[in-house]
Design a protein around this ligand. Sequence first.
Ligand code: TXA
Ligand code: MG
Length: 342
Amino acid sequence: MYWTVDKNKDNLHKCSEIKEAALWIKQGEVIAFPTETVYGLGGNAMMDEAIEKIFTAKGRPSDNPLIVHVASKEQVRMLVLEIPALAEKLMDAFWPGPLTIVLPSNNSVSQRVTANLPTVAVRIPDHPVAKALLEEANVPVAAPSANVSGKPSPTTAQHVKHDLNGKIKGIVDGGKTGVGVESTVIDCTEAIPVILRPGGITKEQLEHVAGPVKVDPALEQEGNTPRSPGVKYTHYAPNAEMYLVAEYPQRLQMVVDTYRQEGKRVGVLTTEEAVSNYEADLILPSGFREDLETVASQLYATLRQFDEHEIDIILAETFPKQGVGEAIMNRLEKAAGKKVLL
Ligand code: TXA
Ligand code: MG
C-alpha cells in the first residue's frame, strides 16, 4: 500500500490514509512513515510478530534494539520503571523532537524491541504525520530507520520504496524529512547522562538544559564496546568505496586525479560553496558548509545519488565536529568505514 498525505493538512489523524495505516500497525503489520529525522519502519511494540517483521524486512541483526515512538509522556510512563528528574527535564525541553532517551524498562514492550536489555529507548517525534499516526494507533510503535540494514537512512518515501518494496505492508509518503540525520540517543539511567549516538540535538543543547553530559567513549576510541548496540555495525554505506579527505580542495582533487588515471569513476561529496573547485565524474553538494543543518538534511539523499550514477570511489570533504557537525562526521566516518586520507 502507498498512501500520500499532505503533512500540512489540518486534523491529519482524521484522514482515512492515516486511519488505515494506524490500523495496520495496531494489528501487527509494519508500515514506513516520515519523522522529522528520517523515515521509520513502524510496528506495534507490544507484539513479538510485528517486531519480527521489522527485523526480517531490514535484515537487521537481532541484538540491535529498536527505538519506541510514542505520542505522549503518559505513554512513556507505561513502559518504564521510572523517569529520573533529569530525563524529565530533557523531555520537556526537546520533545517532540530528535532526542531518544534510554530509561529502565518495565518489560511491557516485546523483548525483541529491547534485544533483552534492561532498558528501553523512547522518543516523541516532531512530525505531523508521525504524531497523527501514533495518536491514532494508540500503541507504542517501535521504529528503526526504514532502510535495508547498512545502507544510508531514508529521507524520502522513494528511498524507502527502493530498499523495502515488497517486504513491508505499506508506506505513508509525507514528503522529505527535515533534520536528515537520526535522533541523538542519550542514556539517562545513571546520574550523569551519556550520549550513545550523536544526532539532531547537539551536546551543547543538551548541556544547556541538563548540565554536564558524557559521551560514550566508544564513539571516539576504537576498542571500546559501544553501549548502543547499533553503533558497532557498518552503516550508512553507499555501494561505492568511500574516503574522507581532511585536506580539500587541492589534496582531494589530487586523489580524484589519481583514481581517475586508474580508470575509476570518481565522485566528490562537497558543499554548494565549493562545487566549482573540482573536476570529477560526479560532483554532488550536500547543503551549505556555512549552515551545517542543511548538510545534515541532504546527506543521506546525496550518498544514495552516488549509487544511482555507478560511481566507484567517493571522496568526501570533512566537517568540524561541532554542533550537528558531530552527527554529520559520525555518519560520514561510518559510511567510509573510518577511511580518512590526511
Ligand atoms: O531518528 C531516529 O532515531 C530514527 C527515527 C525513525 O526515529 N530511528 C532510528 O532507529 O534511527 P535505528 O534503529 O536506526 O537506531 C536506533 C539506535 C541504535 O543505535 C540502537 O542500538 C539504539 O538506538 N538503541 C535502541 N534501544 C536502545 C537501548 N535500550 N539502549 C541503548 N541503545 C539503544
Ligand atoms: Mg538506522
